[in-house]
Design a protein around this ligand. Sequence first.
Ligand code: FE2
Length: 386
Amino acid sequence: MSSEIKNVEYGLEKIFEGAQDFLPLLGTDYVEFYVGNAKQSAHFYKTAFGFQSLAYAGLETGMRDRTSYVLAQGKIRLVLTTPLTSESPIAEHIKKHGDGVKIIALWVEDATKSFEETVKRGAKPFMEPTRESDEHGEVVRSGIYTYGETVHLFVERKNYKGTFLPGFKTWESPYNPEPVGLKFIDHMVGNVGWGEMNTWVKWYEDVMGFVNFLSFDDKQIHTEYSALMSKVMSNGNGRIKFPINEPAEGKKRSQIEEYLDFYEGSGVQHIAVATDDIISTVTALRARGVEFLSAPPHAYYEEIPARLGAHMSMMKEDINVLEKLAILVDADEEGYLLQIFTKPVEDRPTLFFEIIQRMGAKGFGAGNFKALFESIEREQALRGTL
Ligand code: FE2
């Protein structure tokens, strides 16, 4: 199936030539989850995923309405936040959606200008530019709503030298399981409702200055039972990539519909994190109890040399090891990639993680979509939600 994306324009520099980027993004700053019990979630992400303790805010630091734990691995920062009272809007969010991603924070030079430029273009404000400071300096943050109740915060930290943000203290913990080699966020995918994908594609184009650089329709992404559509949005320098999925009509209920039913609306479906050694990362994650989707049939692995073609000669990984770990392989014109998907990390079948190692390929594993969705459908059948 990877041949179907061959004609797509990958050259983002070319697309952006001459255009002025009104929203320069330096990278992902952090991802904040609203969760029912941040203390226990933090323990899970340390133990299972190898995140390291970084910062803390709560009653002890003067925060009265919530507790937040900040974890780091490579360039990835996760913030896990729990409300301390039932009146908190955070509690309402958890009541409706369960645990999930509330904030995708983006690192910018100028949070005030980022807010003005996006709101001017139609963004719904979440937080006016707000200055916070402590003895380590000053941070300016602002925010806008994207799909569902999800938010993009703009974080300007050029005048700040503290561990995370004002109001947080360094979190020193005697319990520090080893990292598993997660380096940075490769992409984050949003699921949106029926007929809404193009609305959000246009929103990212108009409001954020992103471009749609890859598209997959329901003819390309389907199994016997279900289908979906997906469009990949990228910012100007290619550091931020947000694919957007929408369900499509099929014989049975697709995983996107299942997500929308259980999250009760649009939201973040998965966070893809990059490693440069997926075999050691996945081996470590499995040993720590992280659950992954099951492997495709053996025939899938027998077909890998044919699918990789010329890239097969540069492949260092042993296919038998990949099969044992259930790691998937895909290729495009520029190289190949290795990827694997966890099962949902909450009891509601909503958010999951992807582990990805890129060996030149810039796609998203389109050649694996069918195998992947069939694997998810086996899980859905067990849940009675197919
Ligand atoms: Fe992905």
